[in-house]
Design a binder for this molecule. Structure first.
Ligand SMILES: [Zn+2]
Length: 491
């Protein structure tokens, strides 16, 4: 057997100005044999596809992989290019392969395409026809619409956030498709929506009652004969699209009624729990968050994590401004992986040891909190590429471009990068000669992915809300396309 393998993924923050363009996708893009070689063994959906191919003696045929993490909407040119490549690749090999294993995020949008993932699948269907076997592995934050379910033969989404199960999800999707290809089982999918637009900060699957909802889905998979796989999608609140919000997809061995009833039951449960899924009591304003962090840090043996979660592009300055203005009583602060290519380039030009005046971060949009005027000492500066050691994207190589570690005064250390990436593991410390235990407060911008590493590493995690593009209160956002009949817009 031979299976084509491809992926095109972006978590699109449609409220951001600008677009995510071809160079952003091209940085990590892989094609043909390089895709197979580069992603084998990685904790990614495609890594999972490749593992199943190896185990089941299937020849993988790499087409193209292009992803750009979480950023502004994809440009129309990027959509046309990568979807065009996947379709052209399938046109070339469709007579020689038995199906397609595809990774999509589920929150892809372009300025003119508000159901872009469905349009990717529809473009593929136009080439290969309605019966060609296609398995899709999605992110848990996918806004999965009915068109997506209609166009896929089978689909699966991550069960966890942090997404420690990316490869496992690729394997789930691939195994279900392969079992059908071998004639061992049928496939049917049920789909339901509870009408909830859940902010990313509340999509951490360790938080109750989401943890119980997820566990219930695992129990149903184990104990319901015929149910093969269940995906509870948390959706992505910051993509303003008609299908924005949570959804449930249940795969059975061919019983469409069972699939639909199970999906409806899970959607009903989420609906019943809608208000408690929003853990608003965990969210603090910046001043309160910093005060509590200092108080806890005074008596703690481990650093306190402050989470500026509303920041979508790793450059917002609200909490940093507060930390620079306050008397920290000798507390040491580290704000890793802040995005500021301009300042990073200036630091590299100035060199290690230099003192330099910077307008630091806060530049990606007016919501980012304005740049900070600082005089910084350059502790280290240079080009940086990291091979990920953390539990997510393990083994993948990420270019960070010009990078710098800066002492910006008042006990605050900042590290800068020039290509978007979030601090979610120990790499911002270990790969820059720093140690977490040398700091009292660590200021992060991740939503859920940091938890796998930072929950044990930190004394406490304090969430602060800021008026940036990813707030805990989604009712403050200027939605035009999302369904305003969803919770929390309507009780
Ligand atoms: Zn996600």
């Amino acid at each position: 057997m031979r299976l084509a393998i491809a992926g095109f993924a972006l978590e699109s923050v449609t409220f951001l100005p600008e677009t995510t363009d071809i160079p952003d996708f091209e940085r990590g893009a892989l094609r043909g044999p390089a895709l197979v070689e580069g992603l084998a063994g990685t904790n990614t959906s495609l890594g999972g596809f490749l593992e199943v191919c190896k185990a089941e003696e299937i020849e993988p045929v790499g087409l193209v992989w292009a992803g750009a993490g979480a950023a502004a909407s994809a440009s129309e040119a990027a959509f046309d290019k990568y979807v065009g490549e996947i379709v052209a690749g399938l046109a070339r090999v469709k007579g020689e392969v038995d199906g397609l294993l595809l990774h999509l995020h589920g929150a892809l949008a372009t300025p003119s395409r508000r159901n872009a993932d469905a349009q990717v699948l529809q473009a593929i269907r136009a080439e290969v026809g309605p019966d060609f076997p296609i398995a899709v592995a999605f992110d848990l934050h996918g806004n999965i619409g009915p068109d997506v379910v209609d166009a896929a033969t089978v689909l699966a989404g991550y069960h966890y956030s942090p997404h420690t199960d990316m490869a496992v999800t690729g394997k789930r999707a691939a195994r279900m498709l392969n079992a059908r290809l071998r004639g061992e089982q049928g496939l049917a999918m049920g789909y339901a929506r509870p009408g909830i637009i859940l902010p990313s900060i509340f999509s951490a699957t360790c938080l109750e009652p989401l943890a119980t909802l997820m566990q219930h889905a695992r129990d149903l998979e184990l104990h319901t004969p015929g149910v093969l796989d269940i995906s509870i999608f948390c959706g992505f609140a910051y993509a303003d699209v008609p299908d924005c919000g949570m959804s449930m997809v249940v795969v059975t061995d061919g019983d469409a009624g069972l699939a639909q009833r199970t999906a409806d039951r899970l959607a009903g449960l989420a609906r019943d729990w809608r208000s408690v899924l929003f853990r608003r009591e965990l969210v603090l304003d910046v001043a309160t968050g910093v005060s509590q962090a200092l108080e806890i840090a005074g008596n703690a043996s481990k650093p306190v994590c402050v989470l500026e979660h509303a920041d979508r592009l790793n450059d917002s300055t609200y909490t940093l401004r507060e930390l620079l203005a306050r008397d920290l009583g000798g507390a040491k602060v580290f704000a890793p992986f802040m995005f500021d290519p301009e300042s990073a380039a200036a630091c590299v030009a100035a060199g290690t040891g230099a003192s330099i005046d910077l307008q630091l971060c806060g530049k990606t949009s007016p919501q980012a909190g304005r740049p900070l005027n600082v005089t910084a000492k350059v502790i280290w500066a240079g080009e940086k590429t990291v091979k990920v050691t953390g539990p997510l994207y393990t083994g993948a190589t990420f270019k960070l471009g010009n990078a710098a570690v800066l002492d910006v005064g008042n006990g605050v250390t900042v590290s800068l990068i020039s290509i978007q990436w979030s601090a979610i593991d120990r790499d911002p410390f270990d790969q820059f000669g720093l140690k977490p235990e040398d700091f009292d407060i660590i200021l992060l911008r991740s939503k859920t992915h940091f938890r796998h590493v930072y929950t044990p590493l930190c004394e406490e995690i304090l969430i602060v809300d800021t008026p940036d593009w990813g707030p805990a209160d989604v009712t403050t956002l200027p939605y035009e396309f999302a369904d305003r009949k969803s919770f929390p817009f309507v009780a």
